[in-house]
Design a protein around this ligand. Structure first.
Ligand SMILES: *Cc1c(COP(=O)(O)O)cnc(C)c1O
Length: 456
């Protein structure tokens, strides 16, 4: 069979408000041409993020009703802890309200001013939390990641030679932890191979440096390994996940990604002494160690979601449905990052709109055009997000100008995706007439969230 069917039925629906192009012209003007400033109800297909926006199952909603809201030692906590231990294999589990809270606690304990934390590519919040304690986040993506068109299967890999050189140059004493992000979110949702994880682990252990996995999309990454890495075809995805974590000393996790949570996260380690320092901070900032920043019902929903996300039929559908969009775009000659990643599709706005200079924000122009065309909300990942140096106030083109279409899990059907493809095609056909944009007003930090734009 060629048709990918969604491996679920729909029993509860949320209506989508359909707007006209005329409505949207007014709405996007009112939002100062920044999709972050739109009201969600004025969006038809919301591809802003896959974080906290996934659909929970009837099992997860049912489990929420059984949430034990006792302050200490709730039944829901043990269910959550045992599930995390069974899949991730770490001895110490610390619940938090989101991934960034886990990072804040981890780096608060491990990172000292002036120390370095290498990663394949840091996500914004890990970067921010390392900066916050005076450390230096270091990105070491593999060389294949630079080429948007290369079909290298593991573009999320870390440059392990670069890592060894970095350790030799800076010394292990100034590197309190090495991380790898699976899948590599900021690097296009591209997977990291088991061979790469094994090699990072070997290097970290030889240097006596703890190795942590930023595990937000661990299930998607594990399934990519099953589909793309020799020797794993016949291994169950859950066992691939277990093997991946067996090479690490701990992990941080946002349950808003691969476990379908609307909120939640956790921090794991095998180091009991470290965990006790972390729990001291946890009690101050998140809550008692058996609930962290979460309600009992959240712990229940995450425990169910962690099992469901490793269902191989679901993962086949998940990876294939992203691939479906990417392949249609490639067939239409529309510039897009290849091969398909897990959670998102990245249009190459600079090649889509080559007549627009990077400093006239081609990604932003494309995001506004997709909204005008069909009410689709996306996120610019380019010069608006990275172009301004807040220290010097100087602006320069980012390395790439991408437009990210993040796909919430189990939320949209294939006909929604066909609608998205049709909209991109229509914008592509009239691309020569699209103008660049200017920033009318913007803060110094994280300007993409609140900046006001207008057409040139
Ligand atoms: C979302 C995300 C985080 C942060 O998690 P939150 O739950 O949003 O705080 C960290 N790392 C990666 C790779 C992410 O995608």
């Amino acid at each position: 069979m060629k048709t990918i069917i969604e491996p679920f039925r729909i029993k509860m629906v949320e209506p989508i408000k359909l707007t006209t192009r005329e409505d949207r012209e007014q709405l996007i003007r009112d939002a100062h041409h920044n999709t972050f400033l739109l009201r969600a109800e004025d969006v038809i297909i919301d591809l802003l993020t896959d974080s906290g926006t996934s659909a929970m199952s009837s099992e997860a909603w049912g489990a929420m009703m059984r949430g034990d809201e006792s302050y200490a030692g709730a039944r829901s906590w043990f269910r959550f802890r045992d599930t995390v231990k069974d899949i991730f294999g770490f001895e110490q589990v610390i619940p938090t309200h989101q991934g960034r809270a886990a990072e804040h606690i981890l780096f608060g304990v491990m990172v000292k001013p002036g120390s370095f934390v290498p990663n394949n590519t840091h996500f914004d919040t890990t970067r921010g939390n390392i900066d916050f304690v005076g450390g230096h986040p270091v990105d070491l993506p593999c060389k294949e990641a630079q080429d948007l068109d290369s079909d290298f299967p593991f573009k999320g890999n870390m440059d392990t030679e670069g890592l060894e050189n970095f350790i030799a140059e800076h010394g292990a004493d100034d590197i309190p932890v090495i991380m790898v992000t699976v899948t590599n979110n900021s690097g296009g949702g591209q997977p990291v191979s088991m061979a790469n994880i094994r090699e990072i682990s070997r290097i970290a252990r030889a240097a006596g440096i703890p190795f942590y996995i930023d595990a937000c999309r661990f299930a998607e990454n594990s399934h990519f390994i099953k589909c793309r890495e020799a020797g794993y075809e016949d291994v169950a995805t859950i066992d691939i996940a277990r093997e991946m974590f067996s090479y690490a000393d701990g992990c941080t996790m946002s349950a808003k990604k691969d476990s379908f949570g609307n909120i939640g996260g956790f921090l794991c380690t095998n180091d009991a002494e470290l965990a006790s320092q972390e729990r001291n901070i946890l009690i101050m900032t998140e809550g008692f160690p058996t609930y962290g920043g979460l309600a009992g019902r959240d712990l229940e929903a995450i425990a169910v979601g962690l099992r469901e996300t490793l269902d191989e039929h679901y993962l086949d559908y998940r990876l294939l449905s992203t691939q479906y969009v990417v392949e249609h775009l490639i067939d239409a000659g529309i510039p897009v990052m290849a091969p398909a990643g897990g959670h998102a599709v990245y249009l190459d706005a600079r090649r889509f709109l080559p007549h627009i200079e990077p400093l006239q924000y081609p990604g932003q122009a494309l995001s506004v055009e997709l909204y005008l065309e069909a009410g689709i909300r996306t996120a610019e990942i380019g010069t608006v997000m990275f172009g301004l140096d807040p220290q010097t106030g100087k602006e320069q083109p980012a390395r790439l100008d991408l437009l990210r279409l993040a796909i919430p899990r189990r939320v949209y059907t294939q006909s929604h995706m066909d609608y998205v493809l049709e909209a991109i095609q229509l914008v592509w056909e009239r691309r020569a007439a699209i103008r660049g944009m200017k920033i009318v007003k913007a803060p110094k930090f994280l300007r993409h969230f609140t900046a006001h734009f207008d057409w040139l």
